[in-house]
Design a binder for this molecule. Sequence first.
Ligand code: NDP
Length: 240
Amino acid sequence: MARVAVVTGGIRGIGRAIAIALKNAGYKVAANYGHDDATGRQFSEETGIPVYKFDVADFNACVEGLKAIEAQLGPVEVLINNAGITRDATMHRMSFEQWNAVIQTNLASCFNMSRAVIEGMRDRSFGRIVNIGSINGQAGQYGQVNYAAAKSGIHGFTKALAQEGAARGITVNAVAPGYVDTEMVRAVPKDVLEKIVARIPVGRLGKAEDIARTVLFLVADEAGFITGSTLSVNGGQHMY
Ligand code: NDP
């Protein structure tokens, strides 16, 4: 039986590539998104993957969203916590709203989604959770105390939950992408981006597919001995 996989923020960028890679590998995939109905509709028409709109920052919305997914596709065995946003500003200019939006969407979402599926995974003695962190959670980044704190938090969350899940067949890992060519990175000014690429030893931005193949590796049934790890996929920009 095909395993059911949920990808948050799964309709564009890195999440889209992960959802498509999982589908091509034989998983039954559900792609979540938070706002962009037009892109959600187009994604679903193009890929045949059903989409579910709910805000990952809202605990009750996650519980309801996952109930709907499980009713339609079956118990969730693979969860990819990918949804994320940036609200960049230096600390002395950052509002509480910018801080809180990033913490809720990027970090609290991992609790919201994982909490809603973890009991089922424990009951069935199988689960795969992959959280998308960031090079900027490992190394810090100017203008991103909110984002770096959330992503760094994801790396700790991953190691703690991995310890809890290990005896129940549940692995929990993180992937820490470097700079990947998606809308999030296209928002960075061109001159800044050129300087970033100049510091990437591989000499290019990452592709969403570079991250997707890493996720696919971690969620495989055969990957049961890999847990609590963070895999850096950054072209050699930061060797952690
Ligand atoms: P995009 O901005 O291209 O896509 C983000 C996705 O998250 C969208 O589908 C968006 O859908 C969804 N999303 C945002 N907020 C919510 C919400 N509240 N509820 C549900 N879904 C939401 O980002 P990327 O593909 O670039 O990034 C994906 C992940 O990878 C993020 O966690 C990001 O931090 C991380 N990352 C990205 C890097 C990069 O270089 N691109 C580098 C390192 C890490 P909608 O707009 O409809 O809500």
